[in-house]
Design a protein around this ligand. Structure first.
Ligand SMILES: Cc1cc2nc3c(=O)[nH]c(=O)nc-3n(C[C@H](O)[C@H](O)[C@H](O)COP(=O)(O)OP(=O)(O)OC[C@H]3O[C@@H](n4cnc5c(N)ncnc54)[C@H](O)[C@@H]3O)c2cc1C
Length: 512
């Protein structure tokens, strides 16, 4: 059955509008998630969206472990896992032969799986439901932002509605208005980076099938000669098929069912399916030079765009929310706005990592003539026979959380939990460690008692095999300071109150 779009109620805005602390432009996954994060930290926001339905067409389907952990902190992670198709194994084929495979979560003991596949419209639907539970969020549908002006005191947005225009005055604006961001244009900003001319047909089809819950990628398969193809299973018997078309394909022509259906028939080997959604894309790997522009902050696709091979777009956007929410909440509550510079620095660093991975994959799939093509073809030819060539096969390096370059890594404690990385999950006698982290700074005392530190919550845990493997290594005990976004801020084998207090203060520094 096709997804049933239910329009959200459009409520006329009473004018003159009250002044807001935060206005979020765009109710995509990033804008909605940010509104929830702020509300959970006691900060009100108004969300302005030019539409009144969730994402039309599927778009993002692969949500990473880190995104699921973030969505869990925001209240919808379990729902996404329940509805989604869980997977962790990817297989890559060249002309019918398997040349590479990967397992994204070889060790058990995590609340969230490596990935779930779930259509973007479901994720947005669940986020909207969660927003409606939080009185600090006001959702305004069919509110299109058409103008922006800012000074040192605040920002004024011009908003078009079915009842006419109004002015929205706010202290802060977060532009979550997507890849074609109107706000980006209004501020005279543009992306830097690469545009790939390659075209891809992306189709969702409904069919009964017994494909395993794995990612399948083919280079030069018999059913699509000379090109590449990708298959993902989604809920509701929907399958995503991506077919590379070549740079000179005509998008209008290729979108026509009489062109699409025979291609899909060849890929799945029968005609017993319903076409749910089709589009033809080219991709960009580009970003804004900076994400914070005085009182207007960019997050998600408005700040950076990547090709979907690697699932780094929506997942990267949710990690922007994670890094921004607690800092912006802090600023609204009176902290120095300069701490937003740390958001800018961290997420530009992360965007570069995503752009690098995404553009390398796109180049491998669609190499330029000359050395690039020779390298790609040689790797594929060798991979079937020589194990050293297999890790060079690049059909997508899937989204992983960025480890921010924070000081303090070389202390003998495990590298996977070094400062700047996401605090690893671990099973507890009741529930999961990750469920106890987030929304506020926390001192994690592992295998020891923690010194009292004013204004800092504490959690003391015993040594278990997972805690030892992920947090302690050979050390008998350790203290970890965890940020509100579940990132390790600092750690010590032992530390006194003053040292920990200083690290807590540094959390709110622009240099942290
Ligand atoms: C084919 C395809 C497959 C993808 N697959 C994946 C995947 O598997 N995993 C993944 O992580 N990512 C994937 N992505 C990327 C993912 O879809 C995006 O990164 C994600 O949607 C970005 O979310 P966002 O909230 O920043 O922007 P959007 O989802 O674009 O939301 C922007 C919102 O702003 C609103 N808006 C725009 N202009 C205005 C305005 N002037 N005033 C008010 N509102 C406005 C829009 O209506 C929209 O609701 C894929 C993308 C495509 C195209």
């Amino acid at each position: 059955m096709p997804y049933a779009y239910r329009p959200f109620p459009v409520v006329p805005v009473k004018t003159p509008d009250r002044r807001h602390k935060v206005a979020i432009v765009g109710a995509g996954p990033v804008g909605l998630a940010l509104a929830i994060d702020l509300a959970q930290q006691g900060v009100a926001s108004v969300v302005l969206d030019d539409n009144n339905v969730v994402s039309v067409g599927s778009r993002a389907i692969c949500w990473s472990k880190r995104s699921l952990e973030i969505l869990d902190r925001l209240g919808i992670g379990e729902k996404c896992v329940e509805k989604g198709v869980t997977w962790k194994v990817g297989r890559t084929y060249h002309k019918g032969q398997e040349v590479w495979n990967f397992d994204l979560q070889p060790d058990p003991g995590h609340k969230m799986p490596a990935f779930v596949n779930l259509q973007q419209y479901y994720v947005e639907e669940y986020l909207v439901e969660r927003c409606l539970q939080l009185p600090l969020i006001e959702l305004r549908w069919k509110n299109r932002v058409t103008g922006v002006a800012q000074d040192t005191q605040g920002v004024t947005l011009t908003v078009e509605t079915p009842e006419g225009p109004y002015q929205c005055h706010t202290d802060w604006v977060v532009a979550c208005d997507g890849a074609r961001s109107a706000l980006r244009g209004m501020l005279g900003l543009d992306f830097d980076g690469e545009l790939f001319e390659e075209r891809f047909l992306i189709a969702d089809i409904e069919m009964k099938g017994d494909f395993p819950s794995e990612r399948r990628f083919w280079f030069q398969p018999d059913f699509h000669p000379g090109q590449s193809a990708l298959l993902h299973k989604q809920p509701d018997d929907i399958y995503r098929i991506d077919l590379q078309l070549g740079w000179d394909a005509d998008p209008e022509l290729e979108r026509q069912p009489e062109r699409v259906i025979p291609r899909i028939e060849k890929a799945v080997g029968h005609a017993d399916f319903r076409l749910d959604w089709v589009s033809v894309y080219t991709f960009q790997c580009r970003r804004l030079r900076n994400f914070v522009h005085d009182r207007v902050i960019f997050a998600g696709d408005s700040a950076h765009v990547v090709s979907p091979f690697g699932a780094r777009g929506g997942n990267g956007g949710l990690q922007d929310v994670d890094a921004l929410g607690w800092r912006l909440a802090g600023v609204v509550k009176g902290r120095d706005p300069a701490i937003l510079r740390a958001y800018d620095r961290e997420r530009c660093f992360a965007a570069d990592e995503n752009l690098l991975n995404s553009s390398r994959t796109t180049r491998f799939m669609s190499p330029a003539d000359g050395a690039e093509r020779e390298f790609r073809d040689a790797v594929l030819a060798l991979a079937g026979r020589a194990s050293f060539a297999r890790p060079l096969v690049n059909s997508g390096r899937l989204s992983r959380p960025c480890t921010y370059p924070l000081p303090g890594a070389d202390d003998g404690l495990p590298q996977g939990a070094r400062p700047g990385s996401v605090a690893p999950d671990a099973p507890l006698p009741a529930g999961w460690l990750i469920e106890l982290l987030g929304d506020q700074p926390l001192l994690l005392a592992l295998g020891c008692a923690a010194p009292e530190v004013p204004d800092l919550a504490q959690l003391q845990l015993d040594r278990t095999p997972e805690i030892i493997a992920r947090y302690l290594g050979p050390a008998p005990h350790a203290l970890y300071l965890i940020r509100p976004d579940q990132i390790v801020a600092a750690r010590w084998i032992s530390a006194d109150t003053e040292t920990i207090s200083a690290a807590l203060t540094a959390l709110w520094s622009p240099l942290s």
